[in-house]
Design a protein around this ligand. Structure first.
Ligand SMILES: Cc1ncc(COP(=O)(O)O)c(C=O)c1O
Length: 382
């Protein structure tokens, strides 16, 4: 029997039809995974990694310990140097996952007396990291720079913002939001951060591979950000994540990020796969194929007059708002009966009334799949 308090939480969640279940959807057409470029099943990446591990004599199954103890084999440094070079930054520090990276970073960097401003739609891993730090944090409206300015001004008037010379300000956003698929105006945001002397931090989890090496690089903003996060479980189809930072910041994280220190390092196969996936990203045309599919999806939405349902997005995540857990579940089940895997995103994962079908597009979705999916969606919505 579950303890009573837990039982109540389960009952409350069941009552709104929002219990999470572990499911798999074999044989369906993939409009739900984060494997935007199909790299998770690339035999080129698999074979190159196997060869690389053999060539470099890394034929071991596990790291044997934390990187600060026995787990820091030489491939780690090679891969981190290569990632830093690719992303035009001084240093890269690999974490075991994006979740680990965010809780490690945000619990270690902002200090007591510092102030954090974050977009209200920021990922749970960043929220969890912030809640583990001793800094004060304030949210601003999603992708709304004017609201950020208002919040900053309000805090300046009401409290001690900038009165203490050692106080640091951090502004956090994502370059592609995981639920809406939309992006902030990164140029304006970075300029505003410069204006107020804030450190700008950008999570690029859903931009890497979708927009080449990420939006910060596409916009040449590398020097305007204090730290960037790239994750490898999405566009690169493998596992892990890296913070792209200055060398002194990397050294700080190695010393103070607890999710980096107190865990077994990734096995060589994971680290080798990261570099093979980067090689494939740089040499293949998968990003361009994905961009073509995004354009096709968006133009078909317009043809079927469905734009009003969709959050405006140029990324691989296209969200169709269908209020109510029951309704969105029903439509996703109908799509499933017709062979399409599209996940319903329910409240409380998103705000009440903002329940949605989250379409994830891929380089390997065919034109026919996209057209018949949207045709079916339009009949189900009308
Ligand atoms: C914006 C964002 N940051 C971080 C993460 C966590 O990354 P990982 O899956 O590697 O733990 C996710 C994954 O859902 C994400 O969407």
């Amino acid at each position: 029997m579950l303890p009573k308090k837990l039982q109540i939480k389960v009952e409350e969640r069941s009552a709104i039809n929002a219990m999470r279940k572990l499911k798999s959807s074999p044989g369906l057409i993939d409009f739900s995974s984060n494997d935007y470029l199909g790299f998770s099943s690339s035999s080129i990446i698999f074979n190159n990694t196997t060869q690389l591990l053999k060539d470099k004599n890394h034929q071991i199954n596990g790291a044997t310990g934390s990187r600060l103890l026995s787990g820091n084999y030489s491939l780690y440094q090679e891969v981190e140097s290569k990632i830093a070079e690719i992303h035009k930054v001084e240093s890269a520090l690999i974490f075991n996952s994006g979740y680990d990276a965010n809780i490690g970073f945000f619990s270690a960097i902002p200090q007591r007396g510092d102030v954090i401003f974050y977009d209200e739609s920021i990922h749970a891993s960043i929220r969890d990291g912030i809640s583990m730090s001793n800094a004060k944090s304030y949210k601003f409206k999603h992708n709304d720079i004017q609201d950020l300015q208002n919040v900053v001004d309000r805090i300046k008037d009401s409290s001690n913002l900038n009165k203490d010379e050692s106080q640091e300000i951090y502004v956090i956003t994502e370059s592609v939001f995981s639920m809406d698929g939309d992006s902030p105006d990164l140029v304006k945001l970075s300029n505003y951060c410069t204006e107020i002397g804030a450190h700008f931090i950008v999570d690029e989890a859903h931009a890497l591979g979708v927009f080449g090496l990420g939006l910060i690089q596409q916009l040449s903003l590398e020097d305007k950000v204090f730290a960037r996060l790239v994750t490898f479980g999405k566009g690169l189809g493998c596992h892990g994540a890296a913070f792209l930072v200055a060398t002194d910041l990397k050294e700080y994280l190695v010393n103070f990020a607890r999710s980096f220190i107190y865990t077994t390092a990734l096995p060589p196969h994971s680290v080798g796969t990261i570099i093979s996936a980067y090689d494939e990203l740089i040499t293949s045309e998968k990003s361009e194929n994905l961009q073509e599919n995004i354009r096709l999806f968006k133009s078909e939405i317009i043809n079927k007059k469905l734009e009003a349902y969709f959050v405006a997005s140029d990324s691989a995540i296209q969200s169709c708002i269908i209020a109510g857990n029951d309704r969105v579940i029903n439509i996703s089940l109908k799509l499933k009966e017709n062979g399409f895997d599209v996940k319903p995103i329910l409240s409380p994962t998103v705000k009440l009334g903002q329940e949605r079908l989250r379409f994830c597009l891929h380089s390997y979705n065919t034109e026919e799949e996209i057209l018949s999916l949207i045709h079916l969606l339009s009949t189900l919505l009308k």
